[in-house]
Design a protein around this ligand. Structure first.
Ligand SMILES: O=C(O)CCC(=O)C(=O)O
Length: 277
């Protein structure tokens, strides 16, 4: 088994992003759970995120990094922003391809590639561990009209690359291309957790910074909010409330920051939990 034993509980919880208190990391004896109302502790209090150190073995981390360094891969790398590149079928392009054979093939190729580089059972183990925390029987792939969404994207941020401050509810409100996709219209509105596997930290910078401020906040409120950079060792997984909590990635300095990411969403009826990217 390539993953840390799921019966151990190495999670850390990020609390205090309530707009009132400081941000702290507390022990997992608080027994966090992923629920349709957000991430909660054992008392049912909302928390911002859960950090799972050592979620992915060194071997799996290396294999995912290698994809981004190889000359060829089954999907083109795409520039998402200045200095920020993604590997994986592109959500917006897939929408444009409108459930075509071409779109299905591109996801299949990417799945096969990920499955071929990772030790056997690792993708399933990642999702089944999250299912345990959500007390669900499974975290499923997101499928709509026979079209399966990709479930993981690799992202490389080069020297100078960064992600500006945002909360994902903003995207939906501003009508970003995927906001009215048919695939996503079956999901529980206002719910989106980001799942980030840290593969390689930048030499410096490239830190995920969370704001003690929830969407919608004014620029002044954001400027005054307590901010916390999250320390994520290679191999750790962070699950956090990206829909509500403002976050950014600080500019990378020196060597690349490499992550693998996906989102978790519930179905509208809250019965099913999906991973997609
Ligand atoms: O790469 C990161 O740390 C953050 C990415 C991000 O903004 C997100 O997952 O919502």
């Amino acid at each position: 088994m390539e993953l840390t034993d799921t019966t151990k509980a190495p999670e850390l919880m990020l609390t205090g992003l309530s707009g009132h208190t400081n941000i702290s990391v507390v022990d997992a004896s608080e027994n966090p759970a992923i629920t349709p109302g957000g991430i909660v502790d054992s008392e049912g209090r909302k928390i911002t995120g859960i950090l799972f150190p050592g979620f992915l073995s060194h071997n799996s981390v290396e294999k995912l990094i290698n994809i981004t360094q190889a000359e060829t891969a089954p999907v083109e790398k795409q520039q998402q922003f200045d200095g920020v590149f993604g590997w994986g079928p592109n959500l917006w392009q897939l929408q444009a391809l409108n459930n075509s054979h071409e779109a299905r093939e591109s996801v299949k190729q990417w799945d096969n590639y990920i499955n071929s580089v990772l030790p056997s059972g690792v993708p399933e183990s990642i999702l089944s561990r999250l299912a345990l925390v959500a007390k669900k029987s499974a975290v499923q792939r997101l499928v709509s009209e026979n079209f399966t969404m990709p479930w993981i994207t690799l992202r490389v941020m080069k020297n100078g690359g960064y992600l500006g401050t945002h909360a994902h509810l903003e995207f939906y409100q501003k009508g970003m291309p995927y906001a009215d996709s048919t695939v996503l219209s079956n999901l529980l509105p206002g719910f989106e957790l980001s799942c980030l596997l840290m593969l390689q930290n930048a030499q410096s910078g490239g830190r995920l910074k969370l704001y003690d401020a929830a969407y919608p906040a004014t620029p002044d409120e954001l400027a005054q909010a307590v901010q916390k950079e999250i320390e994520m060792p290679a191999g750790s997984l962070l699950v956090f409330d990206a829909a509500h909590v403002y976050h950014e990635v600080t500019p990378v300095v020196g060597s690349e920051r490499i992550t693998a990411g996906f989102w978790l969403s519930y179905s509208k009826d809250k019965a099913e939990l999906f991973a997609w990217s």
